[in-house]
Design a binder for this molecule. Structure first.
Ligand SMILES: [Fe+2]
Ligand SMILES: [Fe+2]
Length: 172
């Protein structure tokens, strides 16, 4: 069984992951409105990944005979000044999520809940990747500066991102 504290914290994480999906979907919609289809694609795939993260927690809570409680997902921004501002926002958001995952791991260790710690290990590793992915695009956008050509090339590149194969991001 999960401790009440862990169950509450994991339910909060489901909400945070779905909120992340909502943020990235909003970013995708923004990029569509700017005719940056490749950027929009990248964000759409990112949103799908976040739903997959939420589903991992959903599955884990149920497997441990806990109770999933879904709460309201907070509203998200709809407008940004530049593509760079979007990705800086995404990078900061991932840093915040990494902090939440670390807090969950601290709780698992304090609870001596080895199953939760093992489950959370995947997220600790995933957050390293999530932060690095967002930061890499921040750096590329800084290099691109005001160059329309560079933005065109970057947009084409991000158009190539595809969703993970079915099951890879889903609850196990
Ligand atoms: Fe996530
Ligand atoms: Fe993420």
């Amino acid at each position: 069984m999960l401790s009440d504290k862990m169950q509450a914290a994991m339910n909060k994480q489901i909400n945070a992951e779905l909120h992340s999906a909502y943020i990235y979907l909003s970013m995708s919609a923004y990029f569509e409105s700017e005719n940056l289809r490749g950027f929009a694609n990248w964000m759409r795939v990112q949103a799908q990944e976040e739903v997959g993260h939420a589903m991992r927690f959903f599955g884990f809570i149920n497997e441990r005979r806990g109770r999933v409680i879904l709460e309201a997902v907070a509203a998200v921004p709809t407008q940004w000044a530049t593509a760079l501002a979007v990705f800086e926002n995404a990078y900061q958001h991932e840093q915040k999520i990494s902090g939440m995952i670390n807090d969950l791991m601290d709780l698992a260790l304090a609870d001596k809940d080895h199953a939760a710690a093992s489950f959370l290990k995947w997220f600790v590793d995933e957050q390293v990747e999530e932060e690095a992915n967002a930061d890499a695009i921040v750096q590329e956008l800084k290099l691109a500066g005001d160059s329309g050509t560079a933005m065109f090339i970057l947009d084409r590149e991000l158009a190539g991102r595809t969703a993970e194969p079915a099951g890879a991001g889903a609850a196990e």
